[in-house]
Structures are given as structure tokens and as C-alpha cells.
Design a binder for this molecule. Sequence first.
Ligand code: PLP
Length: 834
Amino acid sequence: MSSLNKPIQNRPNDHFLDLPPLPMDAEGLADGFSRYYAYTFGRDHDCQSAYYPYKALAMTLRDRLMERWKQTRAAYDDSKCKRAYYLSLEFLMGRALSNATLNLGLDQAAEQGLYQLGLALEEIASSEPDPGLGNGGLGRLAACFLDSCATLQLPVRGYGLRYEYGMFRQLIEKGAQVEEPDHWLRDGNPWELERPEFTQRIPFGGRTESHRDHRGRTIVRWVDTHDVLAVPYDIPVPGYRNDTVNTLRLWKSAATDEFDLDEFNAGSYPESVAQKNAAEHITMVLYPNDASENGKELRLRQQFFLASASIKDVLRDWIRLHGHDFSRFAELNSFQLNDTHPAVSVAELMRQLIDEHDLEWDEAWDITSHTMAYTNHTLLPEALERWPVRLFRQLLPRILEIIYEINARFLAEVALRWPGDNDRLRRMSLIEEGDDPQMRMAYLAIVGSYSVNGVAALHSTLLVEGLFKDFHELWPHKFNNKTNGVTPRRWLAQCNPGLHELLDETIGTEWVCDLAQLSKLAPYADDAAFRKRWHAIKQDNKRRLAEQISQICRIDLPLDAIFDVQVKRIHEYKRQLLNILHVIHLYSRIKQGDTQDWTPRCVLVGGKAAPGYYMAKQIIKLINNVSQVINKDPATEGLLRVAFIPDYRVSLMEVIAPGTDLSEQISTAGKEASGTGNMKFMMNGAVTIGTLDGANIEIREKVGEENFFLFGLTAAGVDSLRHHYDPNGIIASDPTLRNVINLLECGHFNQFEPGIFDAIIHSIRNPHDPWMTAADFASYVEAQEQAAATYRDPERWQRMSILNSACSGYFSSDRTIAEYNQDIWHLPTVKPSR
Ligand SMILES: *Cc1c(COP(=O)(O)O)cnc(C)c1O
């Protein structure tokens, strides 16, 4: 037995945890900080590292979170209320220190306390490694949602994986992406609390056996399994100044203590240790694919590991609070599945209820199908997860049996509704037949859930008209929309201190938790003095961004230029290529002397490509080559600058969004489910240039068409053009595009690297180009010209900028979470007991 599980013999008396509340003023914080620095970490004046001040401050804040964390847990337990669990393979949390400082209301006290010690909060905060436990939008959404749940005081717990290595660090060498492992835990993580006492045991492999019990019921046992331990690490999630601290519980895989004695005795020490290694591999590394399935066995292991450990944890809690009666379980629990990644939860909850808690099938199904809720994040066919049935048979044999049974019962229901419609049965089956049958994870999620939602109005409509049409016909009531949002704490209050202060002064402080209040800004768009202050803040933020770019890229950006920014994962559907074609066009205009009424422009592009995504990596290389040619050409001085920002991540976005004038949201219509980068930019006063895609549509509705630069085909237009798309015809008849393609084809941007952009050129000229880059080019250039002309009229631009902020209230994740709660979860708000 581990010493951790050995019970204490001497009962401590009841008062030993009656501690006085910790001081929340500058002196108290400085005192706590100095103690950690000197005693816990043993550093003194000689220490040069910025890391120890960070750690000392983190511990000081963590103590203050700890008190509130316990009180929040106690309040949830005492109320025995309904709870929800957000299951996600990714949580892109970003740095915790400034967020904890802001949400605890300690920003000023910490600043002052440290100042008294001769230290600067901002510098200390920038020593924190940025935990990159997610790829992009999906993982960042999970993080924004946790912030909103805590701020709304909802009993929601996040469940995820504690990857040893997060998203890779991106370097640019000779213009190309190079990936470097991100060992973010190397120096420890002061924000996590290991909870070995809640370790779970997760089965893999083995086989099933069945027998009949004394009542004649068939009992199935999953035997000869290779078990892996799941050890939880808890991360505090503070609400905004409300004493609530919720939990993000991340699982780390570990080997069981057992050791293969047979192997060992046979002299195979390596084999006996190999299993230990295999076990520890499960949470070793985050898969770096955004919006594309992967099909690797280890990934399925990760998914089941998360599902099984989290469900066991929830059932353990249920039994602790409610005993072994599960009749009210569905009434008091919801699981929200963040995309299909945790969809195996449907079968795993069935398995645990039936095999481990002795429920009958019907009872277990009634509970499961009223407990699970599924959020879809993509319409891209290559992102729809399917797993080979043979992999399930080998890795999760009991789960496969349960899915077969779910499928048989489901198809019987379909057959009853549409007798004789065999084609429909084949289409809707959870198993796609073929030489190598595949499990359709999205279908499993739909069948097992009581709610299925998309993440923006257009996306939810396209889902029920296309991908999930058959399911919508069967169960229309399950389908709903929840337009994404982002947290105004991190994405406005924290990242834009200048604007924060102006907002407080102008409309009061309530906007931080009620972002709709930003609408009070609208009248100030007509106030010249206010516009001037607005502009000054934007220019300050542009200076801060330009300093970063100068340090990172050695490129100087003129502050009077329009800062035109596209940062997001590199993907063909997001069309960074369209952006760079426009840049080439601008360069060509400069070279031709066509610079009358020119608007100076800095084009910034950033984002990571999945390591195996050839075209995305080519696009990065092209952007860097174009940037090289343009920036070193004296003709472009003061007119055009192009920079590729390496290693795009949350902490960089916190500098980028406040310093952006023009937000590029230019995906092929119908392909971007929602986007959330678009919302961060809008809040911070950037104007969007974009297609009618994802949440752009709702952004344009809120801000008004006159304050949005629209271009391109609609989703319906894209679909109908597909049959007769002729990019070569478009290029031939558009001199502007012809000229741009000509510069590419003649090798102007790859003088010493012949042919390297051939694949890109082919993709533009391909009549089957799914992203239809050529189709939207002319319309994009025209919208860019309008944006440039508008920017030359500062009064008009500042008005648009203010109105974008003023109309961004709807895109707070507080609104999104309030809707999830109203329509799907039905949780009470619970205040911590004091
Ligand atoms: C917001 C955010 C994203 C999502 O951006 P989209 O433009 O919606 O794709 C991705 N990565 C990071 C680091 C973010 O902060």
C-alpha cells in the first residue's frame, strides 16, 4: 500500500484547519511572496533568474485560491445539486498568473506589493510557460468556457489529459516550419495539485467472457486486461471576483505497480518494464492535428483513457454523495462532449453502469442517453472521426460489444420508423461497412446524446441540412445551436489594460461580467475627444505589438500603417494563401509605381501547421519567402511590411489582438464552423474583413454591414459553383490575378529554390480546388481597397472601430454558457460557503 493511502491514527482536533483568511493587500502579498522566495525556494539577492519570482508569486496567489477552492467544493457537495462535466481532449488555458491576479481582484495590490520590492508584475508574469495543451480554437473554447462557468458560479468541472508535451514550439528556419518538443512541465507547475487518492484503474486489451448468474441474466466480464492507472491533477479555475474556484481535472497515465513477474523470472527485464513504458506513453504528447482525424492507436487509447477515468471519477462522487441508487443520476448529471474526441464515453458509461454497478441495459441506456450532450465542431469530411472496428476489437473488446448492441437497437428504431428503407439503415449505421469496417464516432455521439449542437448559426443549419440530415429527421428535438464566445476577462480586461481603463471610466465597470454593456459605447463613436483617446490606446497597443515583432522577427513596423492580421492554425480552408496573393498584388502595384492614395500596410500572419500537413507547410514557406523579398526591397519602405510571426499561441494573441486594426477572417464559406479569433479581435476594436462564414455572419449582423468588409461567395454559392468551377478561366480573364500568378510562376519568390511552390500553384489552378481561392480573389482585393480607403479617413475608421467593440457583447462566452445552461444543462448557481 502506498503511504498516501495509510490512514492517520491520531485524529487531529476539529480546529486545526481553522485558519484566518489570508491578507489580500499589497503588504500581505509582498510578505507571502518574500517568504516563498527566501524559504520555499531558498533564493537570495544573487539570483538572476526571473523564474523564481514567478514561482513565488504563483504560490502566493495559489494559497489565496486554495481557501476559495475548498469552500466552492464544500458548497457543491452540501447542495447535492446537478453538476456538469466538460470532457475535452484539449484545454488551451494560456498563462494562469495574470488571470488569477485579475479574477481574485488582486491586480492592483500585486502590482503595488511587488513594486515595493522593486519588481514589475508584467515582467514576472511573462516568465510563466504558456501551457499549450490544445491545438487551436477547440481547446481555447474549452478554456473560455471554464472561465465563464466559474464566473457564473455554475457547478461545472473540466476533464482533460495532462500531456507531458503540449503543442510543439514552432521555429522558422530558412522560411520553413521546424517543430521542437514543448516540455512545459520541466520546471514543475505551481498551479496543479496532484490528487493520488483519486487514482483510477483503466482497462485495455484482454477479452470478454460471459456467464449466466443465478437469475438467468447474462453477465459479461472484461478479463485479462492490461490496466493503466489514471492519476488526477487539479487546476484551479477562479471566477471573476466571486470567491468561486472551479476545477479542471487532468489525468496523467501511470503504470500499475504490478510488474510482470513471469517475464522477469524468465530473464526478460526489458519486457517486464516495457508495459510500464507503454502505460506512461498514453499522456506523453498532444496530437498536433487541428481539424483532421488521425487514426493512430495511441490516440484512441487517449480518448478511452479520458472517458473511462472521468466517468469513474463522477460515479465515485455520485456514490459518495447519493449512494448506489442511480435512479436520479440523469437528473443530476450532464456530460458535454467537446467534439467526437470523447464520444466513446457513451459506451463507457453504459459499460460501467452495467458491468460495474449491476444496472440492466434499459436502465443504463435511459441514464446514458439523458446524460450525454455532444458539440460538433466541424463540417470538414477529413475531420470526422472514424476508427477501424478491428482496433476496437483489439483495444476495447467490451466497448465494441456494447456499441454493437447500441447499434442493433438503434437500427431497429430506424427500421420501425422507415420500414424497408435499407439505404437509410446503411447510411445511419454506427458502423460503416467495407473491407475495413469503420466506427462512426459522430453517429455514436448523436445516438447516445440528448442534445447535439453546432457552434454558430450557419454551422448548425448546415449540420441539419447536410451531415446529420437523417438524424435530424429522426430526432429534430435533439438539435440546437450555441454560437461560440470568448471570455472578456482574458480577451479584454487582461490583455488590453489601456482599453480596460477607458471602458471603466466611460461606461462603468460592469462590462467585465456583462459584456452587453459595451453597447453604451456606441454614442461615443460620435464624440471626437473620445475617438482621439480610443485612437491613442490603439496606437499604444500597436507599439507594444511592433516591439514584439521587432524582437522576434527583426522587422520594423511603421505605426501609421494599417495593421492587417491573420493568426490561426494554417489550413487550406482558412485561406492564408488568399491573403498572401493579395500581398503579392500590393507589392506588384508598388513595383509598377501605382501608389497614389496608398495606405501603408503591415501584414502579419501567424499559425502552426500540423507536422504532416504538406500544403500547410508550403504555405508557411511561401509567406516567409514573400516577406523576405518585400521587406528588403527599398521600394516598399514605409508602404508595405510583411511578417510571419513564429510560434503563435495564447500569450502572443494577448498582445496581437489589442494591436490589430484589420482582422482577416477569410475562410471559404461553409468551412469555418464558427471561429473565435474573429471575436477576440472585434472586442479589441479591430474591423473584420471576411466571408459569410461561421460566426462572421453574426458579427456582421451585430455591427451592421457598413462596419464590416464583406467579400466572396456564400456557402450556397460555393456549392453551386463547384460543378463548373474554372480557375484557369478566372485567372486568364482577370489581369490582376494573372499578374500575381505570373509572379509566382516565374519564380520571383523562389529564385534559388526552383519549383518549390509548384504544388501551391497547381492547387490554385485546380478545377477541383475545394477552397476556391481564385473564385474569391477579385472580390477580396476590392474589399481590401475599401478597407484601405476607409483607414485613410481616421474619423470614419475610429468610428467603425468603436462600434465593433460596442457591438461585441453577444460574443462573450458568458452568453454562450448561459445558453448551454438554459437549454442543455439546467444547473443552479451555487455560491461558495464562507
Ligand atoms: C483564439 C485562438 C485560436 C482560434 O482562432 P481562429 O481564428 O478562430 O481559428 C487559435 N489559437 C489560439 C492561440 C487562439 O488564441
